[in-house]
Ligand binder design. Structure first.
Ligand SMILES: NC(=O)c1ccc[n+]([C@@H]2O[C@H](COP(=O)([O-])OP(=O)(O)OC[C@H]3O[C@@H](n4cnc5c(N)ncnc54)[C@H](O)[C@@H]3O)[C@@H](O)[C@H]2O)c1
Ligand SMILES: [Fe+2]
Length: 472
């Protein structure tokens, strides 16, 4: 941690002086934090685990009447039948909401909330079967049905919303991911595109964490190659960003533990999860997305890696790749419709994992100077996975391949993209130099993530980063 370079943070802490949320010295200076915590999630991992959900609900959670959230594609898959059978065999009554939007927005969140609120007096639990879009929609609907706010934006992160505290617990939610990507089954975050501001934002609170995450490798095997690839790249970014986030002890100390943010910055506990996730995903992702004799094992490992990354970033946070991805997704042009996921034809979307990886070479070559040691570790992990797939002996050396660690890491990311057949350029979505001001506007308001960037980021820095991403 000490190795974080002095230039890392020039942001004055003085501006925080009078906030009641921060602890101050007798002279009124904001103190830095010295404590970190892991808000753990309950997880179960193994093939066939979906079959146990009915027993969990009836015996452990004492639920008799649940609402199952899913999307129209997942509803047609065998995993939905498995879930249905398990509920029926255990006498759990269920209603299905299958209208989740891929990459949800405020309109689709409100639709799901309205559906659940109609059922408010009778449902006693929620099951989410699907990718991050489904799990996030279920989290939001459950929260708003349990604690209806006066206004939709009351619980939404500032500055888009009021970020009001959530009054208490919500009904139990069991999250069953069918992608290996978001780690949403472990996090207290629900993300959506806010159409009025054309930016992604979130509702973030520990109460939103699912009561149980079920990691059943049988459920992710049906992912088309693009879904597996893009969601896998999300895992890689979660791990790289949480490991290279501002250290927790360079953030202001809260005046009470209740004010300690979920995104605390990198810390010794989240490092364990982030490094495990990165090592696993860097090796397993290329094997998980194409047919080969190790594919099944690799897919299973990717599912575990995605939850591990969720534990890491859910407690440390993500920074600029995610901050920049939110406007990249939310300002998507109509001309991009159907280009990423051919089966989603009713609206244009940039898959989340693709939206984060496109800025990664630019971001890490810029942040590396603030903590070269951590960036070097990340580059070594990617290098070692690359050598393994190229059949090179590990022994040669683990020294950097460029005198500049940031450039070396950027090259390793490009190589991974190349091996997965993923275009890392921002121009593919139809963006050009004229879009940069709007993309910067959309990023600058993402305080939740930009404030844990190792380097304090200003408008001009973001302009430079988007320009670099356009040049990929
Ligand atoms: N809450 C969090 O902590 C968190 C973290 C990262 C991302 N997210 C959010 O999650 C969303 C992205 O989620 P995602 O990447 O998991 O994808 P997704 O849920 O958007 O699904 C992508 C597509 O894959 C299909 N699909 C899902 N599982 C499948 C399977 N097993 N077989 C066949 N098709 C399948 C879906 O129907 C959909 O068409 C974004 O909105 C993103 O912002 C949330
Ligand atoms: Fe993500």
């Amino acid at each position: 941690m000490k190795a974080v370079r002095a230039l890392a943070r020039k942001q004055p802490l003085l501006c925080l002086r009078r906030s009641r949320c921060f602890s101050t010295t007798t002279s009124g200076e904001v103190e830095l934090d010295s404590i970190c915590e892991l808000a753990a999630s309950n997880l179960r991992y193994g093939r066939g685990a979906t079959k146990e959900v009915g027993q969990d609900l009836s015996q452990h959670f004492r639920c008799r009447n649940v609402v199952v959230f899913t999307d129209p594609v997942v509803r047609q898959l065998a995993c939905f039948d498995t879930l249905q059978e398990s509920l029926e065999q255990n006498g759990v009554h269920y209603t299905v909401y299958d209208e989740v939007r891929v990459e949800p927005n405020d309109v689709s969140f409100r639709h799901a909330i309205d559906f659940l609120r109609k059922d408010i007096y009778s449902y006693d639990g929620v099951v989410a079967l699907g990718g991050g879009s489904v799990i996030d929609t279920a989290k939001a609907a459950n929260l708003y049905a349990c604690h209806p706010p006066k206004d939709f934006y009351d619980y939404v992160n500032a500055p888009t919303g009021k970020n009001l505290p959530i009054p208490g617990k919500v009904k139990p939610l069991i999250a069953i991911p069918t992608t290996a990507g978001t780690g949403s089954e472990t996090t207290g975050v629900a993300i959506f595109d806010d159409s009025p501001t054309r930016c992604k934002t979130a509702i973030a609170n520990r109460h939103l964490k699912p009561a149980l995450g079920i990691l059943d490798p049988a459920n992710t095997e049906t992912m088309p190659r693009k879904v597996a690839t893009y969601s896998g790249l999300d895992v890689i970014c979660h791990a790289m960003e949480s490991y290279t986030a501002l250290p927790f002890n360079l953030r202001p100390k809260p005046s009470s533990p209740v004010f300690r943010p979920a995104y605390q910055g990198s810390n010794p506990i989240s490092d364990v999860w982030s490094l495990f996730a990165l090592e696993t995903a860097a090796r397993a992702l290329p094997l998980a997305v194409v047919e080969n004799e190790q594919q099944e094992q690799a897919q299973s490992e990717m599912l575990l890696a995605s939850s591990a990354a969720g534990m890491g970033f859910g407690n440390a946070g993500v920074h600029l790749c995610h901050g920049m991805s939110y406007p990249i997704s939310a300002q998507v042009k109509d001309s991009y419709k159907g280009k990423a996921y051919e089966h989603v034809v009713d609206h244009a979307l940039v898959p989340h994992g693709l939206s984060v990886i496109v800025s990664a070479p630019a971001v890490f070559s810029w942040t590396a100077v603030a903590c070269p040691e951590r960036h070097e570790r990340v580059a070594q992990i990617l290098q070692s996975a690359r050598w393994q797939r190229e059949g090179k002996a590990r022994s040669t050396s683990t020294k950097q391949e460029s005198s500049d660690i940031g450039l070396w890491l950027a090259d390793e990311i490009r190589d991974l993209g190349h091996c997965l057949d993923v275009n890392l350029g921002l121009r593919q979505f139809g963006y050009n130099e004229e879009d940069i001001p709007d993309l910067v506007d959309g990023t600058i308001q993402q305080h939740r993530v930009t404030k844990i960037s190792l380097r304090h980021v200003e408008r001009a820095d973001l302009e430079g980063l988007f320009l670099k991403a356009l040049q990929e």
